[in-house]
Design a protein around this ligand. Structure first.
Ligand SMILES: Cc1cc2nc3c(=O)[nH]c(=O)nc-3n(C[C@H](O)[C@H](O)[C@H](O)COP(=O)(O)OP(=O)(O)OC[C@H]3O[C@@H](n4cnc5c(N)ncnc54)[C@H](O)[C@@H]3O)c2cc1C
Length: 345
C-alpha cells in the first residue's frame, strides 16, 4: 500500500488544508453533437461508489442541452447538481482553457473528490489541475475500496497497487473498462446551474485548429462488445483487411491491432490496443497472430473471454486466453468466418 500524504498547498494558503465537505465533482465529456461520451458514464458510476453527493460538470456550447440529456437518460442517484458553461472557449476541452476553471472550482472546500474518466481529455486535464493545486493525483483507478483507498495497475498492468489518499481532496481518473456505466434511467432531481464563477484565466494564445479523425461505421473500440484484433503475423495492410474485416463483419465487431501492426502500416494508430494505445474490456476479444507482449496485454487482458489464434503453442497470449486455436491463421480465419456467416443465415 502506498500512501499519498497531505503535502498540499503552500501556494493556495491554509484554507485548502482544512477538511472538505464530502462531495464529488465529476467531469462529464460530451461529443460536439451533445451526446455523453460513454467513458464519462463509467466515471460517474465510480463517482457514485464514493458515496458522496455528485455535481457533474459539463462544458462547451452543447453543455446545457447535454445536461438535460444526462438528467433524462441516466440513473445516478447521487447526482444532485449539474454545473454547465456554454462558453465556446471550452469546446474541444483545450486544457489551457479548461484547467483554470477546474482549479477555481476545486480550490475551495466544497469538494472532497474530483473524478474524471481516464480518456485523452481526462489524461490531459488531471495532471495540470493537480499540479496547479499542488496535489498528487491518483490515476487510472480500477477499484474503489473506500473514499480514500483506490486500486490501480502499475508497470503496464504487471502489478496492482493499493493507494491510500491522505490529502484533503482526492483527484482521481477512472479506467472506464473497470466500472460498469451508470444504468439508463433518469436523475430528474438534479438541478442544472450555470457557472457564474470566472475562470480567472488570462487569454492564453492557444487556439484549436482542426482534428483529423478516422471515420468508421464500426463500433468504437472503447464500447464494442466484441473486438477482433490483428498482429504482425497478418503481413501487410491488404491481408489485414482481407482477413479481419469479414471476420469482424460476421461478428459485428470492432477492429483493433497491436503496435507492431500499426507501426507496419496495416491500420490506423487509433486502433492500437495496449499500454500506449486503448484499454478495452469487451465481452469477446479475438487475438489473431498476436504474441501477447505485456504492453499489449495491458490493454486487453480484462476482456471477459479471450480467443487466441496462434501457430506458436508457447505464445504468451495463450496464457491469458480462454480458448486457444493453435494453427495457421491463414487457414483458421477464413474457415471461422465462413462458419460464422453460415450460422447467421
Ligand atoms: C514502451 C512500449 C510500449 C508499447 N506499447 C504497445 C501497445 O500499446 N500495444 C502493443 O500491442 N504493443 C506495444 N508495444 C510493443 C510490444 O512490445 C510488442 O512488440 C507488440 O505487441 C508485438 O506485436 P505482435 O504480437 O503483433 O507481433 P509479434 O510479437 O511479432 O507476434 C506475432 C505473433 O504471430 C504469431 N504468428 C506468426 N505467423 C502466424 C501464422 N501464420 N498463424 C498464426 N500465428 C502466427 C507468432 O507466433 C507470434 O506469436 C510496446 C512496446 C514498448 C517498448
Amino acid at each position: 500500500m502506498i500512501r499519498f500524504a497531505g503535502r498540499n498547498l503552500q501556494t493556495l494558503g491554509s484554507r485548502v488544508r482544512r477538511s472538505r465537505l464530502a462531495s464529488t465533482l465529476a467531469f462529464v465529456e460530451t461529443t460536439k453533437e451533445g451526446a455523453i461520451v460513454p467513458s464519462s458514464l463509467n466515471a460517474l458510476a465510480a463517482a457514485q461508489q464514493l458515496g458522496n453527493n455528485i455535481t457533474a460538470l459539463l462544458l462547451g456550447p452543447q453543455a446545457t442541452s447535454a445536461a438535460s440529456v444526462l438528467k433524462s437518460s441516466v440513473q445516478c442517484t447521487k447526482l444532485n447538481k449539474v454545473l454547465v458553461s456554454d462558453e465556446v472557449k471550452y469546446e474541444h476541452y483545450l486544457p489551457e482553457k479548461v484547467t483554470p476553471l477546474l482549479v477555481n472550482l476545486l480550490k475551495d472546500e466544497e469538494y472532497s473528490h474530483f473524478v474524471v474518466a481516464s480518456s485523452a481529455v481526462g489524461k490531459n486535464l488531471l495532471p495540470r489541475v493537480a499540479a496547479l493545486l499542488n496535489y498528487q493525483p491518483v490515476c487510472d483507478i480500477t477499484k474503489i475500496k473506500d473514499a480514500k483507498t483506490f486500486v490501480r495497475p502499475i508497470y503496464a498492468g504487471n502489478a496492482i497497487e493499493t493507494v491510500e489518499n491522505t490529502q484533503s481532496m482526492a483527484l482521481v481518473s477512472v479506467r472506464a473498462s473497470a466500472f460498469e456505466a451508470v444504468p439508463e434511467g433518469s436523475s430528474e432531481s438534479a438541478v442544472i446551474e450555470q457557472i457564474s464563477l470566472s475562470d480567472g484565466s488570462t487569454d492564453l494564445d492557444v487556439q484549436w485548429q482542426s482534428a483529423n479523425l478516422v471515420k468508421s461505421a464500426r463500433p468504437d473500440l472503447s464500447s464494442a462488445s466484441t473486438i477482433v484484433a490483428g498482429g504482425r503475423a497478418l503481413k501487410d495492410k491488404e491481408t489485414f483487411d482481407k482477413l479481419l474485416v469479414p471476420l469482424a463483419d460476421a461478428l459485428g465487431a470492432g477492429i483493433g491491432a497491436t503496435r507492431a501492426a500499426v507501426d507496419s502500416g496495416f491500420c490506423d494508430n487509433s486502433l492500437q490496443i495496449g499500454q500506449t494505445g486503448k484499454v478495452v474490456a469487451p465481452e469477446l476479444y479475438i487475438a489473431v497472430g498476436i504474441s501477447g507482449a505485456i504492453q499489449h496485454l495491458a490493454g486487453m487482458k480484462d476482456s471477459k473471454k479471450i480467443v487466441a489464434i496462434n501457430s506458436d503453442p508457447d505464445a504468451p497470449i495463450l496464457k491469458v486466453a480462454d480458448y486457444g486455436l493453435e494453427g495457421d491463421l491463414f487457414e483458421i480465419v477464413p474457415q471461422l468466418t465462413d462458419k460464422l456467416m453460415q450460422a447467421r443465415k
